[in-house]
Write a protein that binds this ligand. Sequence first.
Ligand code: NAG
Ligand code: NAG
Ligand code: NAG
Ligand code: NAG
Ligand code: NAG
Ligand code: NAG
Length: 489
Amino acid sequence: MRLLAVFATLLAVAAASGRLMTMQEMNEHRIEAAKRWQTSGSQNVKSGGVQNITFTNPKASEFYVDGKSLPLVDFDVGPSWAGLLPISNSPNETRKLFFWFFPPGPQGSLDDLIFWTNGGPGCSSLAGLLQENGPFTWSWGQAAPTVNQHSWTNLSSVLWNEDDVAAQLVGFMQQFLEVFAELKGKKLYLSGESYAGMYVPCESAVIFFERNSKTNEDIANYIYENPSRLDLSLQGIWINDPIISWLVVQQEIPALDFVKKHASLFSFDQTYMDHLDKMAATCNYTGYMDKYVTYPPKGLLPLPGDSTDFAQGCDIWTDIWFSALMINPSFNMYRIWDTYPLPWDVLGFLDMQSPIYYNLTDVKEAIHAPVNTDWFACSPDVFETEDSSLPPAFTVLPNVIEKSQRTVIVRGLADFRLIADGDRIAIQKQTPIANDSFILDGVGAYGSMHSERGLTYYEVALSGHMVPQFAPVASFQIMQYLMGFRDTP
Ligand SMILES: *[C@@H]1O[C@H](CO)[C@@H](O)[C@H](O)[C@H]1NC(C)=O
Ligand SMILES: *[C@@H]1O[C@H](CO)[C@@H](O)[C@H](O)[C@H]1NC(C)=O
Ligand SMILES: *[C@@H]1O[C@H](CO)[C@@H](O)[C@H](O)[C@H]1NC(C)=O
Ligand SMILES: *[C@@H]1O[C@H](CO)[C@@H](O)[C@H](O)[C@H]1NC(C)=O
Ligand SMILES: *[C@@H]1O[C@H](CO)[C@@H](O)[C@H](O)[C@H]1NC(C)=O
Ligand SMILES: *[C@@H]1O[C@H](CO)[C@@H](O)[C@H](O)[C@H]1NC(C)=O
């Protein structure tokens, strides 16, 4: 609000003098705006004094990473610990997971631990570290890394972890806590993106089971492998742009409405739009939101066809995507307004390129990663594999929400990979979501938000799929809310 007022004043000055602004004046306003964004949020960082974690287990020092000597990074990213740890304490355990742990920055809390996983499945959480919420950023189109002012390490310790199977992950965390024993007893927040929606809630259920004796196949599996208890106190979960329902709900049903909302970005001609309209009608997608997503809900929502998959000839989402690529070869389903050319990406997520940062031998050596293993942003062919389990919205999510202090679901509105309206269908228990209700400190309205019975659902405007990457200030504020560092969402 204040920002808008300042702009209004500046514009008024130019207008009053009855002339167009010079290029230099325009640039000054732009730079001033960018400065405000950089400092936004930091006024709310909880003050905890200078942090100084020392790990007494001598094994910890084997994992120490010198933040001054990371290849191609010309500043100090601070102390951290990384490497491979086994997923159980069995002496012949061969399964290991890779982690990278950062202690809290000067203002962060020592009582908390954030755990981050990227989705996929099979996508590396190290991508999130470098391009979303870590202390240094080397994002799309950046020629060199920079300091991330909105690193989640400003809030607390953060652990980026490479794998996604619930039971293995808990086993790993137990081993992690043996080495980094000073972290035992901390408040834990599980966070993740995309497909993480499929496993973060399951992990929560596993940990809750330890405390609350609920049954679930995942948990049984976990008990077999990990009879001892995880010494962390789970408080809440963050999932952004998650898969919480069937893809027919999160992609197919809302796809055409999404195109219509962003008509100029897709630029489809009338003939093609007519084709889409016909397809949506035949497939029972037309009017679905208006008819079924009512408040209060009339009951369990019907699926448009006779199964949880789309019917023959009803994959309207892929039809749209292929057509979007014909018009805009750089069409990015993760952030729909990207145009030609694709930005260079040091992780090769957007475009195949070489070398890839985490695949460089000296980088692997610096972070104690296995030198003989190739690194990929996402392992091929796993995302589309249908998971036969029921989606979390129907199974563990309600329980996780109930057991957590706070739960946040965050959705970028420019995400076509998984579409916001699909979330609204999946969490239909919500009451209507007021427009302009997500207020970003120092900025103003930045989307919509609704809190109800422990769940806060956010729709972040001007963000694609990777919300911490595209809307770091908003993500920082939301994480502060999840952690109880602020009272309002
Ligand atoms: C951190 O701890 C070490 C060892 O306990 C101590 O020597 C050092 O002075 C501490 N640093 C700060 C900034 O407190
Ligand atoms: C470890 O080795 C023992 C004895 O060789 C075997 O009984 C056990 O199943 C092995 N455990 C694992 C996790 O491979
Ligand atoms: C946030 O973290 C970055 C990177 O570690 C650091 O440069 C910055 O000063 C921190 N900001 C605050 C407000 O602590
Ligand atoms: C659409 O709904 C009708 C009525 O329920 C049903 O008969 C038809 O099979 C559905 N169409 C598709 C493609 O699923
Ligand atoms: C990763 O590095 C290995 C060994 O240098 C190389 O063979 C491989 O092609 C690289 N992979 C990518 C995706 O760059
Ligand atoms: C929010 O704005 C949209 C678009 O202007 C409108 O269609 C919708 O009815 C509004 N929703 C509410 C809850 O006010």
